[in-house]
Ligand binder design. Structure first.
Ligand code: FAD
Length: 288
């Protein structure tokens, strides 16, 4: 339970962090809240020779507007997401999701950047970011780039982030005012990772679904963007037959592990149940 030895660096700017990571090579890792990385180091599942702590980089923290988009700095904590008045109005599903992540102690330290960069399929924010159509802003030695959350996840703990790159922010175009939203998470107890969870954003027009986006958590090696299910819902009045078809399409893309959270078949069904519950709540919240 004691990590191996490592050097510790605390840069003050993104450019300094990126230069350090380039100099130190593949054995160096960025450190954010440390709530995934430090336990992995204690178990010796991660043995970085150097940590580049992002905590002192003021530019990486906070929520800001960029035109009509919202950019959330990578080291903004999950607790800060919950407290943000701007997010509560423009992207209320973020607050709803953040409130069911872990416990207050973890939320006080864990960051949005660490949560989405880690590639843990159990984390709640990656599927939400796919649902919201978010883009990840990345800085590396070769410059900056932006990649869609829907293209970022390649396998459990494998992402499009190259060694030495730092996730600097998450850019989101908020859905229109009056949209409906819900994050439904089944967990065994408070503070647990999801048995299955569904993120849903929809807009309604004249009693019919004008648009829908769905993300699923912890029912595959990566977060899942349930594109077919959303397509089935679009144009419908959320009648039972259509909802049944959409739920079946969502369940069809899952491939959960059988583990302490239940057998694979159960977790697949629970993903469908979470989507059904999310549909009811999101539709009730949508004003047009
Ligand atoms: C008891 C417990 C329960 C939890 N329950 C949940 C839960 O229910 N739902 C949930 O979503 N999460 C849960 N978590 C995870 C937690 O919410 C954090 O999101 C998670 O620990 C990662 O965030 P962090 O800031 O601590 O990242 P760290 O642990 O510091 O880093 C995680 C990984 O991401 C990399 N990284 C971090 N920031 C960046 C960056 N800006 N750029 C590039 N790479 C980066 C690190 O190098 C490391 O590989 C739980 C954690 C614990 C300890």
């Amino acid at each position: 339970m004691i990590p191996g030895t490592f050097d510790y660096h605390r840069p003050k700017s993104v450019s300094e962090a990126v230069a350090l990571l380039a100099d130190l090579g593949e054995d160096a890792r960025p450190l954010a809240g440390g709530h995934s990385l430090i336990p992995m180091m204690k178990l010796r599942l991660a043995v970085p020779r150097a940590l580049v702590d992002l905590a002192a980089i003021a530019d990486l923290r906070g929520v800001r507007r960029a035109g009509t988009d919202i950019v959330i700095g990578a080291t903004t904590t999950i607790a800060e997401l919950i407290a943000s008045a701007e997010l509560a109005v423009a992207l209320p599903i973020i607050r709803e999701t953040a409130l069911v992540i872990a416990d207050p102690q973890v939320r006080a330290r864990g960051t949005i950047g660490g949560n989405v960069a880690n590639g843990d399929p159990g984390n709640d924010l990656p599927a939400l970011m796919q649902c919201l159509g978010a883009s990840y802003q990345i800085a590396g030695h070769a410059g900056t780039r932006e990649i869609a959350a829907r293209a970022f996840y390649q396998g459990a703990y494998f992402t499009a982030l190259a060694p030495g790159e730092v996730l600097t922010g998450i850019r989101i175009a908020p859905p229109p005012a009056g949209h409906g939203w819900a994050y439904e998470k089944l967990k065994r107890k408070v503070g647990d990772y999801a048995t299955a969870a569904a993120a849903l954003v929809l807009t309604m027009r004249g009693g019919q679904v004008a648009s829908a986006a769905i993300g699923l958590t912890n029912v595959g090696d990566t977060p899942l963007f349930a594109e077919d299910a959303a397509r089935i819902l679009t144009g419908s009045a959320l009648d039972k037959a259509t909802v049944d078809r959409a739920v079946a399409a969502a369940e069809a893309i899952t491939s959960p592990a059988s583990d302490g959270r239940g057998p694979a078949e159960y977790r697949t069904k629970m993903a469908g149940v979470m989507l059904r519950r999310a549909l009811v709540r999101a539709a009730a919240r949508a004003t047009h």
